[in-house]
Design a protein around this ligand. Sequence first.
Ligand SMILES: Cc1ncc(COP(=O)(O)O)c(C=O)c1O
Length: 501
Amino acid sequence: MKAGEQVRRADTGVEEAYADFLRRYPDYSGTNRLDALRSTEYRRLDEERQVYLDYTGGSLYAESQVQQHATILAAGVFGNPHSSNPTSAAMTEHVERTRRYLLTYFNTSPDEYIVVFTQNATAALKLAGESFPFATGSRFLLTFDNHNSVNGIREFARSKGAVVDYAPLVAPELRVDEAQLDALTDLADPTRLNLFAFPAQSNFSGVRHPLELVAQAQSKGWNVLLDAAAFVPTNRLDLAAVRPDFVCLSFYKMFGYPTGVGALLIRRSTFGKLNRPWFAGGTVNFASVQGRGHVLAPNEAAFEDGTLNYLAIPAVEIGLHYLESVGIETIGTRVRCLTGWLIEELLALRHSNGNAMVRIYGPANTQARGATVTLNFYDPEGHLLDYRRVEELANHQNISLRTGCFCNPGAGEMAEGLTEEDMRAGFALGSGVTLQSFLKLIRQRGHKSAGAIRVSFGLASNFADAWRFQQFAASFRDQTNLAIGDVTFDIDSCRFIRDGS
Ligand SMILES: Cc1ncc(COP(=O)(O)O)c(C=O)c1O
């Protein structure tokens, strides 16, 4: 059978499903311009028959972004920026233009925010954490569903004597417990420097926390760090309306290219309170070996250690213009429709005995949530299917999804009902603890799981992607004993086949 025939057979049913989807989600029709882009800018997806469902891991770049960047590089002579020689000045012009445009993109200005270019969101978070003046009597408060790159800030806070608190989530939706958060934010001594950190959108559950939390916490004496990494790829962040003290992000999550560049936006009114714990090439106006002293450079220069990834920075401006031209609201509408449809379809899946096949961690509708859907599969007797096995089967079908805990242990612990005791038992395994040994341990402690499957949509997603995953999910109906190595997935029949049968 030719590859093309195989594709057509496997896709039987997609048109009918699409018509039904449009009846249920009529707003999707308004996002047609993204279908045109899918067949031009992202044609490689369908040419390679890839089903990309890991936009929360990283977005995809449009062909034209790469071409425009290559054109700039091919036409110019660029040196290391921030010198007065002509090639350096040419590069500085690109870097500073991109810095200014980033602020315009987020509807703010250099009077309000300083933009520090970093390697990624993690580096931005580390800069904020290490320079925040935590001290005895100050507090660091985080929601349970922060990425580990935010959780890590607690080590800076602890080492400087600050109190660290976590605001819990409420299962099954995994939204923040607002009463408890309110009580925890009341504990701040406004005469001290306190920091509250939360993700605008959870990279585990897709929950979008209310951005009003920023002003509420600020009014009680908190500085607020908004992790926008998973939010800005499909939502507009208006920094004239919401004014966190810090915002961090990675550009590859917004528009796929370039990797290796992120940003920390720091409110000017907060900037003066920060203490850089060291200096480096590029961050000082004056430094002496004999005098054992240094004078930090002003503004962002004090935070940009060493040489920026300068040749990549023009691609950030290109990417931002690209998102503007596509329309972030259009992207938001499209991914909301796909997410709503997929959640409904997954929750409707039943084994022949009527038992549910899928459990979703997070909101089961599209209210205040993004396009990240985290789930696990269950067999007819309600036993959890091994998500590593599911990933392996998805790989065979060119479906790119993600499994594990997504660097977000707190949300995973809440979602799966893991207790402090369970986690302490994990640490008791010592430095040799692995995911394998921990999974074994917690299963012995009550058939729990640690980890899940995550699918996420983004700017190049279409209905066929959602439909193919739904078909894949439906193929687990009545499946038992999906032990590694003894079944493979047959794309023609969309069924599992026992090896050797
Ligand atoms: C919400 C959130 N914050 C921070 C990060 C860290 O981003 P990076 O790995 O680009 O530093 C991620 C990455 O997945 C994320 O989803």
